[in-house]
Design a protein around this ligand. Structure first.
Ligand SMILES: C[S@@+](CC[C@H](N)C(=O)[O-])C[C@H]1O[C@@H](n2cnc3c(N)ncnc32)[C@H](O)[C@@H]1O
Ligand code: SF4
Length: 324
């Protein structure tokens, strides 16, 4: 997986979001910084992560559409050299003009829309700061405009105690269309497990056999039964590299892509040390890993259903399950 965080600013304050514990200066990536990172990424590909199943995500801990340059970013022609480029959005800022510019760029394979409920009260509680009616209108416009083009729209619901009874059918009724992908997965919360704020704790659906939390899906550091820290290339808006998408405060970075060539940093001693400590399970040496409950080698069950006939899905569509 490749990830470039194009901004770490957001217009909402969802109570469960990692941003609430983040301690980074807020910033939007400029188109030239983005271009620089793309060129650097092209020097190291194929990474181990790129074999077969590579996603390239253009969001991190923020709302991509808060970046005033986001449409320029997705229109960077170098993006066409990367397969499966996608991003997630809360859709609150998706004007018709932006929808057109993003889809017409032809670089985006999938837009993941976070819509936590088909009910106004629940949605506005879970996505604090959003206006339900306006957001739903934007999503309808997006689905309509994307129809028949190369960009899939996927609605993503994080299952919590407030919306667990809602299904795809509720979303179809609300959006008045069926041609969207749907992904429902559990809310997770990995930092400072003993200090979970009550407003997050009461949202989490406990599962059988979990000690504190639902079972978590590990994608960035655990693959095929092995720790692969740094296999995914994650570049945050400040240019720092990390192996963990939850490293919102830059506690386990292995260099900065604006200061040194990516290839040098990827083969450097710092990443090797981080990997060795993780493989040896020396978690106490790793500020992020030591408090991460995902290091339990478990997986989260997810459900996905599609409103498209199988014949209308591209061959790569199996990759749409469970990504980004
Ligand atoms: C951090 S958001 C950034 C993109 C955009 N602002 C959005 O909400 O889609 C990226 C994804 O993380 C999900 N997310 C946020 N907090 C989460 C949590 N505690 N557990 C699981 N997913 C979470 C959001 O629903 C969204 O799909
Ligand atoms: S909209 Fe996205 S980035 Fe913003 S608070 Fe909600 S989940 Fe986090």
């Amino acid at each position: 997986m490749l990830e470039i965080e194009t901004t770490n600013r957001c217009n909402l304050s969802c109570p469960y979001c990692i941003k609430r514990v983040e301690k980074r200066e807020e910033k939007d990536m400029t188109p030239s910084e983005f271009d620089h990172i793309l060129k650097e990424l092209l020097t190291i590909r194929p990474t181990p992560a790129s074999r077969g199943r590579e996603f390239f995500i253009l969001h991190g801990h923020g709302e991509p559409l808060m970046n005033p340059h986001f449409t320029d970013i997705v229109n960077n022609p170098l993006l066409k050299k990367f397969p499966m480029v996608r991003f997630s959005t809360n859709a609150t800022l998706l004007t018709q003009e932006k929808i057109k510019s993003i889809i017409d760029a032809g670089t985006i394979e999938l837009i993941n829309v976070s819509l936590q409920s088909a009910r106004k009260e629940v949605m506005e509680t879970l996505q604090r700061g959003a206006n339900f009616e306006e957001t739903v209108a934007n999503i309808r416009n997006l689905i309509r405009y994307a129809h028949g083009k190369r960009t899939y729209v996927r609605i993503q619901q994080l299952k919590t105690t407030l919306n667990s009874n809602e299904t795809r059918a509720d979303y179809e009724k609300l959006l008045e269309v069926k041609n969207f992908l749907f992904w429902s997965r559990n809310l997770t919360y990995t930092t400072q497990s003993t200090q979970l704020p009550e407003e997050v704790r009461h949202l989490i659906i406990r599962q059988k056999n979990s000690r504190f939390f639902p079972r978590l899906r590990v994608s960035a550091c655990w693959k095929n039964g092995k720790y692969v820290y740094g296999d995914s290339v994650i570049v945050n808006v400040h240019g720092n590299l990390t192996g963990c998408c939850w490293d919102s405060s830059n506690l386990q970075t292995y260099g900065n892509v604006f200061e040194k060539p990516l290839s040098e940093l990827r083969s450097g001693g710092l990443l090797k040390t981080l990997r060795r400590e993780l493989v040896n399970k020396d978690f106490h040496r790793l500020p992020i890993c030591k408090r991460c409950v995902t290091r339990l080698p478990v997986t989260t069950p997810t459900t996905e259903s599609r409103g498209l006939p199988a014949s209308s899905l591209s061959p790569r569509d199996s990759s749409l399950v469970g990504a980004g």
